[in-house]
Design a protein around this ligand. Structure first.
Ligand code: GTP
Length: 241
C-alpha cells in the first residue's frame, strides 16, 4: 500500500453518537483512543487533519423540543455538548505519543479553549497539530454537518470525510432493507434529489457550490482512514460536484 498522501489537508466529521461505543450516554474512552490512533496514522504520513464533532451522545434536543423547549436554547446546549466532545478528543489525541491538538470554539469560551480564528487554525495545521473545531457554526439552526462543510471550505481542505457506522451511502437503509445497494460515487445534486440523507441540505449545497469533495465511510473499520488518504478509491461513497 502507498504511504504517499493523496490529500494534504482533510476535515473529518464525527457524529457525537460515534463516541458512545456500546454505552447509552457519554464518551467511550475506547472509541476516543481508537480514533486517536486512526488519526495518528494519517498525521504520521504528513496529512493535516481537522475535526468537527457533533454532540448527540450528550444532548439530543428532540425530546426537549417536543416538550416545548425553546429551539435556540436547545441548539446552544447542543453546541456546548460538542465542546465537551472536542475536549475529550483533544485529550485522547495528545495521549497518543507525538501528536498535538488544539480546540477552537465558534462560541467564546476562552477559559477552556481557543476561539475559532481561521488563520490560527491554518498555522496549527501547518505545524502538524490536529485542530478540533467545536460549537458548530456558533449559530442555532445549523447542524454540525453544516459546520463541518463550512470549516472544510474555510480551511481549504482537499477532502471532507463523514465517518458513519455504515460503509457509505445506500439506496435505502441497509440495516432495514437487505436489497439496499451502496453507491460508489454520487453527485451532490443526485444525493439532494434522491433525498439520500447523507447530510442536511445546507451542508450539501455548501459543499456542492464550493466544489468540496466528500467521502462517507465506516469509521469502525480499522485502517480505512489511512487507506482513503493514501488514494484508495474503493472505500465508502465519494460525493462530488
Ligand atoms: P504557536 O503560536 O504555534 O506556538 O501555537 P500554540 O498554540 O502552541 O501557542 P499559544 O501560545 O497560542 O498557545 C499555547 C497553549 O494555550 C495551547 O495549548 C493553546 O491551545 C492554549 N491557548 C491559546 N489560546 C487560548 C485561549 O484563548 N484559551 C485557552 N483556554 N487556551 C488557549
Amino acid at each position: 500500500m502507498s504511504t504517499q498522501p493523496a490529500y494534504q489537508r482533510i476535515l473529518l466529521k464525527l457524529s457525537g453518537e460515534a463516541l458512545l461505543g456500546d454505552q447509552q450516554f457519554g464518551i467511550s474512552p475506547e472509541v476516543t483512543a481508537f480514533l486517536a490512533h486512526e488519526i495518528k496514522a494519517v498525521v504520521d504520513i504528513g496529512v493535516q487533519v481537522a475535526l468537527v464533532v457533533g454532540g448527540g451522545n450528550i444532548y439530543r434536543g428532540e425530546r426537549l423540543a417536543r416538550a416545548g423547549m425553546d429551539r435556540v436554547t436547545g441548539d446552544q446546549m447542543g453546541m456546548l455538548a460538542t465542546v465537551i466532545n472536542a475536549l475529550a478528543l483533544q485529550d485522547a489525541i495528545e495521549r497518543v505519543g507525538g501528536m498535538q491538538a488544539r480546540v477552537q470554539s465558534a462560541i467564546r469560551i476562552n477559559e477552556v479553549c481557543e476561539d475559532f480564528i481561521r488563520r490560527k487554525a491554518d498555522r496549527h495545521l501547518e505545524k502538524g497539530r490536529v485542530v478540533v473545531f467545536a460549537a458548530g457554526t456558533g449559530n442555532p439552526f445549523f447542524t454540525t454537518d453544516s459546520a463541518a462543510a463550512l470549516r472544510a471550505i474555510e480551511i481549504e481542505a482537499d477532502l471532507m470525510l463523514k465517518a458513519t457506522t455504515v460503509d457509505g451511502i445506500y439506496t435505502a437503509d441497509p440495516k432495514k432493507d437487505p436489497e439496499a445497494k451502496r453507491y460508489d460515487e454520487l453527485t451532490y445534486d443526485e444525493a439532494l434529489h434522491k433525498r439520500l440523507g447523507v447530510m442536511d441540505q445546507t451542508a450539501m449545497v455548501l459543499c456542492r457550490d464550493h466544489g468540496m469533495k466528500l467521502r462517507v465511510y465506516d469509521m469502525d473499520r480499522p485502517g480505512a482512514l489511512l487507506k482513503i488518504v493514501t488514494g484508495d478509491m474503493t472505500i465508502g461513497t465519494r460525493v462530488n460536484r
